[in-house]
Design a protein. Structure first.
Length: 282
């Protein structure tokens, strides 16, 4: 049976590094923040008995080398039957975190880290136009900004990271978009992506195709290449991008979208999503 996986999540920079509160250094340089990804040791399992799968979680630009371990209390596991549970016990090290999951149901599991939306304001100040930042919405920031603040912009930021693992037979209940936030819809099951076959991905925001969303797809093993091999796309009018993975093994999918905010508390909404998938040899 084919083995495969999807993964990922988002990231940020803060004093306490957590999957739910990793805060980026700057929204304008978000793609330089540490991606957060979850790597199962098996993406498809075939067994008549319950099987254990172990997961590594880290924040790292190097796919797939470990950099920063993270607390996992915000990770949720969505079971094939629609139920949901937490991670339970896990190990947090300096470079990675590890947890195990026993697959007791047939079908596809979704493992997801989702940070509650938060406000982030950046501005320039001083003679050198130094970029500064604060965790505050637009109204709160206006009360705290220095008099010479310029180019002030406030974002409402949401971040998601996920992966899929299938036990025995693939199912779609945990794969289908739910119609809320930034999501993606593939033309194939995420645990059935094959080397050399074209993959079509539709980027959705609140269930609607998202024209102009930025997407990066990167094969693993970046440590061993002079070029990272990133495939860059911008979603078309139907919210779609297409790519053909030529390298077998795990990859990282990353999408982000910025849109005007319909709120007095922010100028723009910024959503990002990381996902890891494994490409099977043809």
């Amino acid at each position: 049976m084919r083995r495969s996986s999807l993964l990922s999540v988002s990231s940020t920079l803060k004093k306490s590094l957590t999957l739910g509160s990793l805060l980026l250094a700057s929204v304008s340089t978000y793609t330089n923040a540490h991606p957060v990804w979850v790597l199962p040791h098996e993406f498809v399992v075939s067994s008549e008995r319950p099987e254990w799968v172990t997961f590594d979680v880290t924040a790292s630009h190097t796919y797939f080398n470990y950099d920063k371990g993270l607390p996992l209390h915000t990770v949720s596991i969505h079971l094939p039957d629609g139920d949901k549970q937490g991670v339970g016990s896990y190990f947090k090290g300096h470079r990675r975190s590890v947890f195990d999951l026993q697959l007791t149901q047939d079908g596809t599991y979704r493992i997801e880290g989702k940070r509650p939306p938060y406000y982030f304001t950046e501005y320039k100040a001083g003679k050198r136009d130094t970029v500064k930042r604060m965790r505050a919405d637009k109204v709160t920031a206006a009360q705290q900004l220095p008099k010479n603040a310029r180019d002030v912009k406030t974002y409402l930021i949401s971040m998601t990271s996920m992966t899929f693992v299938t036990n025995n037979k693939p199912t779609n209940d945990q794969v289908e978009p739910k119609g809320k936030g930034l999501e993606i819809k593939l033309n194939v099951h995420p645990n059935d992506i094959v080397q050399g076959d074209e993959v079509e991905v539709t980027v959705l925001m609140d269930g609607q195709p998202t024209e102009g969303a930025k997407v990066e797809v990167t094969p693993g093993g970046t440590k061993y290449r002079d070029e990272r091999g990133v495939l860059e796309f911008k979603a078309d009018a139907e919210g779609k991008i297409r790519f053909t993975p030529e390298q077998a093994g795990p990859w990282v999918f990353y999408a982000n979208h910025t849109a005007p905010a319909e709120s007095k508390l922010a100028d723009e909404n910024y959503a990002s999503l990381y996902m890891t998938f494994e490409v099977q040899p043809e």
